[in-house]
Design a binder for this molecule. Structure first.
Ligand SMILES: [Zn+2]
Length: 329
């Protein structure tokens, strides 16, 4: 930001209340960016300190207070792992230097700490307004570089004449296509090539899926199905794998990211698939079951676009972890 601390027109020291804080990835940009946005009601343009440290960025706003308690946001988007924020300790009664006079607390300071997985070159900009917006823009070039040349096969189960399991209103074939499309968008916007076994409602035989997967030689293969049970109360999220160590490692990376981002989900865990489909592939391969379509709550989540998008983001994060940390040979 420009120069010394911003000043209000009245000559009062700069002050601000942070009223909201969020993190989101803009996949429409090339390369995509993670945007950490603080809404500020401020007396003028802020002077922002930024301390890049190993594995994290720390934004410092002297003169600001928080409108909410200190906390942290799990992000796990392949680059940013979490965003944490701290405000000034509340001044106790009779502490003398408190804000009884209406001015800001002398020790007012908000710190926002962004944990990153790879080196980044962020920039900060200010959009005046009510509220003003302070935006930390983190280009995701390090992620696109790390994923350069990788191929991930994506396989929405069922389709066409084969609708898969049925919930109260929706077919498994249709909900898994939504998850597949979102994951493919995350991957393609970061330069990954994504062969898919289908991208619309069409019938694709198991033999065709296997032939496609073998011909395209992906570095990882992700198949989507929904859980189904005659017990309509049954819920949960599972990652099944091909049974070999690389596939198990892929499954564990995806599973960890899913539960980092969505800790409320019921954990069915990681296990080898009983279905022979995955074993006939050559790449590290998994089947992801985001929820049970036969449960009322599960079907609702499967159809919820925010859940779908966060789940796709989690799988992307897990795939980045998988490609970044190949096991020692
Ligand atoms: Zn299925």
């Amino acid at each position: 930001m420009n120069g010394g601390p911003g000043r209000a027109g009245s000559g009062e020291p700069w002050s601000a209340v942070v009223t909201n804080l969020r993190a989101a990835v803009d996949l429409g940009r090339s390369p995509p960016v993670t945007l950490v946005t603080l809404d500020l009601v401020a007396s003028g343009e802020p002077a922002v300190g930024m301390r890049p440290e190993a594995g994290r960025l720390v934004l410092v706003l002297e003169g600001a207070v928080l409108n909410h308690p200190p906390g942290a946001l799990a992000v796990a988007d392949g680059l940013v792992e979490a965003v944490a924020w701290r405000g000034p300790e509340p001044a106790g009664p009779g502490s003398g230097t408190g804000s009884a006079g209406g001015g800001p607390h002398p020790a007012s300071r908000v710190e926002v700490e962004v944990a990153v997985r790879l080196p980044v070159e962020p920039r900060v900009f200010w959009r005046p307004g009510l509220p003003g917006r302070l935006v930390l823009e983190i280009p995701r070039e390090a992620v696109t570089c790390a994923l350069a040349g990788t191929r991930v096969g994506v396989d929405p189960g069922h389709g066409g004449r084969d609708g898969g399991a049925r919930g109260g209103r929706y077919r498994e074939a249709d909900v898994v296509l939504e998850f597949s499309r979102r994951l493919a968008r995350w991957l393609r916007s970061h330069g990954v090539s994504v062969p898919v076994t289908r991208d619309r409602d069409e019938t694709v035989s198991v033999e065709t899926r296997i032939r496609l997967a073998r011909r395209e030689r992906p570095d990882a293969f992700v198949s989507f199905h929904a859980g189904a049970s005659t017990d309509r109360r049954r819920r949960g999220t599972a990652v099944l794998h091909r049974g070999d160590p690389p596939s198990e490692r892929l499954a564990r990376c995806l599973h960890a990211a899913i539960f980092h981002n969505s800790p409320f989900l019921e954990d069915v865990g990681v296990s080898p698939a009983r279905d022979p489909f995955l074993r006939r592939l050559r790449a590290p391969a998994v089947t992801v079951l985001p929820e049970y379509i036969t449960s009322h709550m599960g079907e609702g989540l499967l159809r919820d676009v925010s859940f779908q998008e966060r789940f796709a983001q989690s799988l992307f994060d897990g795939l980045v972890a998988f490609f970044l940390d190949p096991p020692a040979v």
